[in-house]
Design a protein around this ligand. Structure first.
Ligand code: PLP
Length: 411
């Protein structure tokens, strides 16, 4: 008899976005003529930039002849891309990485989910709350998160609340935690962490022998020059942190699939006997065993982003989304809403008025303005009383949604 991994049964049945779709569909059945505008799901809308499209065509042509055909590539990724990352994303910030510390992935979701394979099942984990659900669910799948209580909290997870009261910067935990997940700029709140605040986390990690998993998927949206793009801008971080990057939001690669993970060679974790084991060779072993590399075409597409034209084109798309964010902030604030984020990230985190519940506000907005947002509570208990809006829409749809919200709010 094959026994199932029962940890999967502890996961909530419905994924947040499935719940949202269900409610939107119910609305559509009753209001078939309504044009529902979504500022909900975090997917991009603008096409790939021209240099990326050209690189994809060129790579496809290379694969079309026996002379230039390529089969399996290195599991860690091609050096042409790893070198471009090193030179463009890290050297200008004074971070010197070895090429073997860069692992090309097929998007950051896979690696933020997979990385927990490197640590024992009984490590304690801490997450900011609200949180990108992958961090908890991937741990729940092997039993590390414990069981989910009626209050929405997992028994073995330390929640670090992020709310307006603490400026969305979590307090250091009052006990030791083995592993901490941090995501900045943050999804879902759109808020950022300063170098000083991040330094506190690195120091906590060094002092407590804690491992930090740092998700920098929205790093390209940072506008403020004082906000760190990488945790390795903080001294000592190489000894305690793994960092994840993605081209999904940077360059519209949600469908192309490519990103990278940094596992520094100085980073170690302990055996029960106290021996220090470097994690870089372990991750290399894991990837060589379970991953056959990101597609050549995607890696060439990513490389193109680092050309001068590529940078300029990618920045133009980011600026396009950030114009949406700016308009959203201006409109919401003029309507009297309290909102956060949206300045260095494509998300706006809006506090629902008068303590309205997240789901109730979601429904009121759907039925009143035919606009979809994401209920904050879907990202964790501290998200209750907030909703998330994304700036990834087109200008036209975003403006239309804002007009409708303004008319609805004025009623
Ligand atoms: C979108 C996103 C990612 C990136 O996912 P990909 O698999 O690279 O598309 C990673 N982390 C967070 C928090 C995200 O929102």
């Amino acid at each position: 008899m094959a026994l199932v991994n029962e940890h999967f049964l502890k996961l909530p049945n419905n994924y947040l976005f499935a719940d949202i779709t269900k409610k939107v569909n119910a609305f559509r059945v009753m209001n078939p003529k309504a044009d529902v505008l979504s500022l909900g799901i975090g997917d991009v809308t603008q096409p790939l930039c021209p240099v990326v499209v050209e690189a994809i065509h060129r790579a496809a042509d290379e694969l079309a002849t026996a002379e230039s055909f390529r089969g399996y590539g290195p599991e860690q990724g091609y050096d042409f891309l790893r070198e471009a990352i090193l030179k463009n994303d890290f050297l200008p910030r004074g971070i010197h990485l070895d090429i073997d510390e860069i692992f090309i992935n097929d998007g950051a979701k896979s690696d933020t989910g997979n990385i927990q394979e490197l640590i024992r099942w009984d490590n304690s984990i801490g997450v900011t709350d609200p949180v990108y659900p992958v961090y908890i669910d991937s741990n729940a799948m092997i039993g590390r998160a414990g069981i989910k209580g009626d209050d929405g909290r997992w028994s073995n997870v330390v929640y670090l609340p992020c709310n307006a009261e603490n400026g969305f910067v979590p307090q250091l935990p009052d006990r030791r935690v083995d592993v901490i997940y941090l995501c900045y700029p943050n999804n879902p709140t759109g808020t950022v962490i300063s170098k000083n605040e991040l330094r506190k986390w690195v120091n906590y990690a060094l002092k407590n022998d804690t491992l930090i998993f740092y998700d920098a998927a929205y790093e390209a949206y940072i506008q403020d020059p004082d906000i760190p793009h990488s945790i390795y801008e903080i001294r000592g971080a190489r000894k305690c942190a793994i960092e994840f990057h993605s081209y999904s939001k940077t360059a519209g690669f949600t469908g192309v699939r490519c990103g990278y993970t940094i596992v520094p060679k100085e980073l170690t974790a302990a055996t029960l006997q106290g021996e220090r084991i470097p994690l870089n060779p372990l991750w290399n072993r894991r990837q060589s065993t379970k991953f056959n590399g990101t597609s050549y075409i995607s890696q060439r597409a990513a490389e193109a982003i680092y050309t001068p034209e590529g940078r300029q084109q990618v920045n133009a798309t980011i600026a396009y989304y950030m114009q949406n964010a700016q308009k959203m902030l201006t409109t919401f604030r003029a309507l009297g809403y309290e909102c956060y984020g949206g300045e260095n990230a494509p998300y706006i985190w809006l506090r629902t008025p008068n303590g309205t519940g997240s789901w109730q506000f979601f429904e009121e907005l759907l039925y009143g303005a035919n606009v979809v947002c994401t209920p904050g509570v879907g990202f964790g208990p501290s998200g209750e009383g907030y909703v998330r809006f994304t700036a990834f829409g087109t200008h036209e749809r975003t403006e239309e949604a804002l007009d409708r919200i303004a008319r609805w709010a004025a009623q």
